[in-house]
Ligand binder design. Structure first.
Ligand SMILES: Cc1cc2nc3c(=O)[nH]c(=O)nc-3n(C[C@H](O)[C@H](O)[C@H](O)COP(=O)(O)OP(=O)(O)OC[C@H]3O[C@@H](n4cnc5c(N)ncnc54)[C@H](O)[C@@H]3O)c2cc1C
Length: 425
């Protein structure tokens, strides 16, 4: 684990401390009871920290990356329910309303946790084909947007626990503690409200300049930005909201930039779900808001040796951020781009890739494969030298990324040289 990640994860330990130390210094509850109250405070502050992490802060993202942020967000959700369970089992209160609020807060948090682990985390589903199929079946009714609303019930849980604490004589009699307790809550909700309702007005915006079909189920959508986005790096992605296209809806979805243009950004979008299938209805001139950019591929490349070859493995639309890396580096780096597609018609970027390859002066090698790469295909395509020296960038649907990651590990590539982006969150 890198020092950055360690620093980031240590926030989970540091964040509850001021509240716990303040309570410890003012309260006179018996020792064992105090300990279980601490656990309640830890659960509460972890839920608050989860809310703060859920807003996808751009600077935090550049520091550790979105997967780490969502990783800690999810882990805090699990640990908070564990701490809340012990708090609920072993502490007591004379107020019936406080007990009911605590109990119901716990049940709702537990139910939302189980739901989110299955529908939103990929922790189970990405590792089992059976669960993956069950999820796909259920997603006909439980769309991602519905999952998001169910997940937001955690805000109601926090409100219930806030009230629960305010009703408990064992805590509400300590003024300085309650002020700090309310400041924590206000800060977390303040960050959330700012991010949801105020920050979007400051995001980059633009208008659609083209929307073309590529093959049977993919679209290439370009957006001319109102002003050049100097901070975009190759391989980055944005969350997009098509504000002007009534038929599409304004929900936010993440898509990767496909080339290295900072004024007109192009996205390659596979149409497989409710939202992406409606994208044919987006018209030239429709307004788009873009939250971001996010992404760490370019900073990883910049941090590596100039001589390190890059092996870019893209599955389907997962080629998008890799094409953007290829656009930026084909004249200076040794690159092997492997694009895995379902049918020959899905290889809609052959011409663009050929252009990069021709301009690369022999530095860029390309393999387009119909169907997944088995071990023997892999070893006959990627040279022993590339396996030994390269940095690998793997992008695609979660199960495919995990399968490729396992294959690379079995072929002797160290985890440190494998960087991946999964197309679901
Ligand atoms: C970092 C990142 C980069 C991506 N880049 C691309 C790209 O360049 N091209 C491309 O075709 N796809 C990309 N995706 C995937 C794309 O965001 C989803 O396919 C799309 O949001 C699915 O929406 P849907 O409603 O059509 O499908 P659904 O069938 O509703 O969803 C399919 C799956 O996509 C995920 N998903 C759905 N909505 C969202 C959302 N709002 N936010 C996050 N995940 C969601 C869920 O895990 C869901 O299981 C990327 C995803 C991520 C996380």
């Amino acid at each position: 684990m890198t020092l950055r990640k360690l620093t980031f994860w240590s926030a989970a330990i540091v964040f509850p401390l001021p509240l716990i130390l303040t309570y410890d210094s003012v309260a006179t509850a018996p020792g064992p009871l105090k300990f279980y109250i601490f656990l309640g405070l830890i659960a509460y502050t972890w839920w608050l920290l989860s809310i703060v992490l859920s807003v996808r802060s751009a600077w935090l993202h550049r520091f550790v990356g979105l997967p780490s942020i969502y990783g800690l967000h999810g882990m805090l959700g699990v640990l908070a329910v564990g701490a809340a369970y012990l708090h609920r089992e072993y502490s007591y209160s004379p107020s019936q309303l406080a007990r009911d609020l605590g109990d119901w807060g716990f049940y709702v948090a537990l139910a939302v946790l189980c739901f989110s682990v299955f529908f939103m985390s990929g922790w189970l589903v990405d590792r089992s084909r059976l669960l993956q199929s069950v999820k796909q079946l259920l997603e006909v009714a439980v769309r991602h947007q519905i999952s998001l609303w169910i997940h937001r019930l955690n805000l109601v849980v926090v409100a219930m626990i806030w009230l629960h604490a305010h009703l408990l004589v064992r805590v509400n009699q300590y003024f300085s503690f309650m002020v700090l307790f309310d400041l924590y809550t206000l800060m977390a909700f303040g960050v959330y409200v700012w991010k949801k309702w105020i920050a979007p007005e400051t995001y980059v915006a633009g208008a659609v300049t083209s929307n073309d079909a590529c093959g049977e189920a993919t679209r290439r959508i370009s957006v001319g930005l109102d002003s050049k986005a100097e901070n975009i790096q190759p391989g980055d992605f944005f969350f997009l909201s098509f504000e002007g296209a009534a038929s599409v809806g304004r929900e936010w979805h993440p898509f990767s930039v496909t080339d290295d243009d900072k004024k007109t950004v192009t996205f390659t979008i596979r149409q497989h779900g409710d939202f992406t299938r409606r994208l044919g209805g987006v018209e030239v001139g429709d307004r788009v808001r873009l939250e971001g950019p996010f992404g760490r591929f370019e900073s990883i490349i910049q941090g590596s040796d100039d001589e390190t070859p890059l092996v870019l493995i893209g599955m389907g639309a997962g080629v998008a951020p890799l094409l953007s890396l290829a656009a930026a580096h084909h004249k200076t780096r040794e690159i092997h781009l492997l694009w895995i597609v379902r049918t020959p018609e899905d290889a809609y970027y052959r011409d663009v890739i050929e252009e990069y390859r021709t301009a690369s002066d022999g530095r860029m090698q390309v393999t387009i494969n119909v169907g997944r790469l088995r071990r023997e295909d892999f070893t006959s395509t990627v040279s022993a030298e590339q396996l030994a020296k390269s940095a690998f960038f793997v992008v695609g649907p979660n199960p495919a990324v995990l399968a490729n990651q396992r294959l690379l590990r079995r072929l002797g590539v160290s985890a440190r040289r494998i960087h991946q982006e999964r197309l679901t969150m």
